[in-house]
Design a protein around this ligand. Structure first.
Ligand code: UDP
Ligand code: MG
Length: 333
């Protein structure tokens, strides 16, 4: 394990080296977001323009099948701050984020969804905190009113379980929406794994961090790209990437069952010695067979989860493939 960690919040750095006119990068992964793009850009530009920092917006087109890519290119022609990294197919949000971080050049980098569920107003607070000396500033959801009961319940359970069995703690109710200093991003980029549970990776690198709370609005346009099955796989991925408890617990389960079986064996043997042989016990026998059968199935399944991850890591394929990048009118960068 990587050493237990107690609290997720820390003090700001005493002597942060913050440039006077820093470049702030916005990284926004997009998958079929043609309906939200325009709204997003208007909202974000209203916040970013005319401030005491420069900015760039890196859109990552995660293999959209609508005209998201064409739209971003048009925007890039109009605004020199905008650039596009287009992936060769849909690689998933985590890979798209990785691509965005690799291409962003800012002194600080903000990761943001394009559906306006990450309120752009927070950007100023993020930057203020960053200037105070925090290297990571993340948005924390005040409540989950805009989520369905089922999603709130499962999300809550996931964070609790994750933080219990992983040495790395992730702050509850925190999404990907955050600002990271350049050195944090450089560290994240050094993590080579293919299973990119970004929230976990962000927490793993550490550094001083602060949270800014906000109320998460509903999606501005379009529909969510995460259905139940995708979220479920995402949760499994997160746990299997950051905890070995599911793998190790079977030794203990085995030991407990072995002890219980031994006691039971003693009881049966003693009983047979005292009362002689009889042949009852179909019910208990079949129960035991089924029980141990399923315990073994589950533990093999858990082994499979880890082995499949090893398999993916060992293959060492790139995390994403870039189809093209586009800068539009950006000659002066
Ligand atoms: N996204 C992506 N690739 C995917 C799925 C989603 O880049 O395969 C992007 C999506 O365009 C959006 C962000 O990830 O900017 C969050 O997606 P969504 O709003 O659907 O997730 P939710 O807010 O419902 O969890
Ligand atoms: Mg969303």
């Amino acid at each position: 394990m990587d050493g237990a960690q107690k609290d997720v919040r820390t003090k700001p750095r005493k002597q942060p080296s913050r440039r006077p006119n820093p470049l702030i990068s916005l990284v926004a992964p997009c998958y079929n977001e043609s309906e939200s793009l325009g709204l997003f850009l208007d909202a974000v530009l209203a916040i970013l323009k005319g401030k005491d920092f420069r900015f760039e917006i890196v859109f990552v087109d995660d293999g959209s099948s609508d005209d998201t890519r064409a739209q971003i290119m048009q925007l890039a022609d109009k605004h020199q701050e905008i650039s596009l990294v287009a992936l060769s197919r849909n690689f998933g949000k985590e890979a798209a984020l990785t691509a965005g971080l690799d291409h962003a050049r800012g002194d600080a980098i903000i990761v943001m969804d394009v559906d306006l569920q990450d309120p752009p107003e927070l950007i100023s607070d993020f930057i203020a905190k960053w200037r105070e000396g925090y290297d990571v500033v993340y948005g924390t959801r005040e409540d989950r009113q805009t989520d369905t009961f089922a999603k709130r319940f499962t999300a809550d359970g996931f964070y609790r379980l994750f933080n219990k069995i992983s040495a790395i703690k992730i702050p509850e109710n925190t999404g990907d929406y955050r600002l990271m200093d350049r050195r944090v991003v450089e560290t994240v980029k050094q993590l080579p794994e293919r299973s990119r549970f970004m929230k976990g990776l962000f927490a793993w690198v550490g550094y001083s961090s602060a949270g800014v709370s906000y109320v998460r609005p509903v999606r501005a346009a379009g529909t969510t790209k995460f259905n139940f099955w995708r979220l479920w796989n995402f949760a499994i991925d997160g746990i299997a990437s950051f905890s070995t408890v599911p793998l190790r617990m079977w030794s203990y389960v085995g030991a407990i069952i072995a002890t219980l079986s031994f006691i039971y064996a003693l009881i049966i043997v003693t009983k047979t010695i005292i009362t002689g042989t009889d042949v009852p016990g179909y019910a208990s026998l079949i129960t035991f067979i089924l029980f141990f059968g399923s315990v073994q199935m589950i533990s093999i399944g858990v082994l499979g989860e880890y082995i499949s991850r090893l398999f993916v890591e060992v293959k060492g394929r790139p995390i994403y493939v870039v189809d093209e990048t586009y800068d539009g009118s950006a000659e002066d960068r």
